[in-house]
Ligand binder design. Sequence first.
Ligand code: NAP
Length: 331
Amino acid sequence: MKAVVVRRFGLDHAALEDVPRPELCPYGVRIRVHAAGVSFANLLVIEGKHQNRWEPPFTPGTEVAGVVLESGAGADRFRAGDRVVAGVRKGGFGEEVVVTQNNVFALPDTVDFDAAVHFPTIYATAYCALKWRARLQPGEILLVHGAAGGSGLAAIEIGKLLGALVIASASSEQKLAAAADHGADLCINYRNGGFREQVLAATGGRGADVIFDPVGGSTFDESLRCIAPDGRIIPMGFAGGTVPSVPANLVLVKNITVIGIYWGYYMGWARQLPPPGMEAQVREAFDEMLGWAAGGWLRPHTQQAHPLADFREALAAISNQSVIGRCVLNP
Ligand SMILES: NC(=O)c1ccc[n+]([C@@H]2O[C@H](COP(=O)([O-])OP(=O)(O)OC[C@H]3O[C@@H](n4cnc5c(N)ncnc54)[C@H](OP(=O)(O)O)[C@@H]3O)[C@@H](O)[C@H]2O)c1
């Protein structure tokens, strides 16, 4: 089969190759991949800069959707022909992938494969961050940075479904138009002098109750200057390239909470396994999110779908900050 293989760290050392099909394992499900999501995290993994660091050679790709070809011993939840979506640790940029069944989810007929790949990471992370970790309440003010990126758009939509008033911040008018189209109530172009003043003006000087930050660096620092008392800030990614430091004195005087979220923990990818019962809770979350998608309440935005051979182009679009939503590969 064809797959993208990284021979040494760096995009220049990745190429489309003929490789053996992955072996079917106990509790594994073999999926014919119809769509794979292309993410900022993929770039970090290819460069050897992600917490999930694989020694080359490896095939990147963590979000896939497609059709089940066969199931291994003990994998009784899926049969050949089922349409599914799955989160994988690696291997998504190939024609086939094998995934343990706990990370495979049934796909409603009305959700197409390109839309489905938005769920294993970006909708799931936004859902978990806002619903489970920050416990976002109806009527609260949610500030979303990187608002037209993959996780940003997902956070806007989930925030609206949870009843929040959503403020979006992004780097261009085109991105803000996308954020508004996905439900943002107020949009701020941070390139015009930052976002703090406008957030304070819009909230009567109080600030945002919950801040979803996939950017980090100075965005995180400025966020601490427009967060409401008792507010929660979620530094969920560092797309800007700088990991911020948390000033504990501000956390104290402002009565705020800094919330960590690593979605991979709930998928069983962290050093410590999630608690018993988590697998069922994750499956319920996917049922709810995919139900929302089937009902038209979530609208994943695929900027562009590329053939697998054009993986470089899709990844380059991420590093030059030009992607709205997600790019997708169709092996
Ligand atoms: N914690 C978790 O479990 C988890 C899960 C998923 C993703 N993540 C992390 O979250 C971050 C965002 O992921 P994503 O999939 O939403 O990424 P994305 O679609 O590429 O969006 C990232 C956004 O960050 C902004 N940005 C600012 N500086 C940037 C730069 N130098 N290069 C690229 N983008 C920049 C861009 O918005 P503007 O142009 O508007 O600034 C962009 O839309 C990544 O660091 C990823 O690894 C973490």
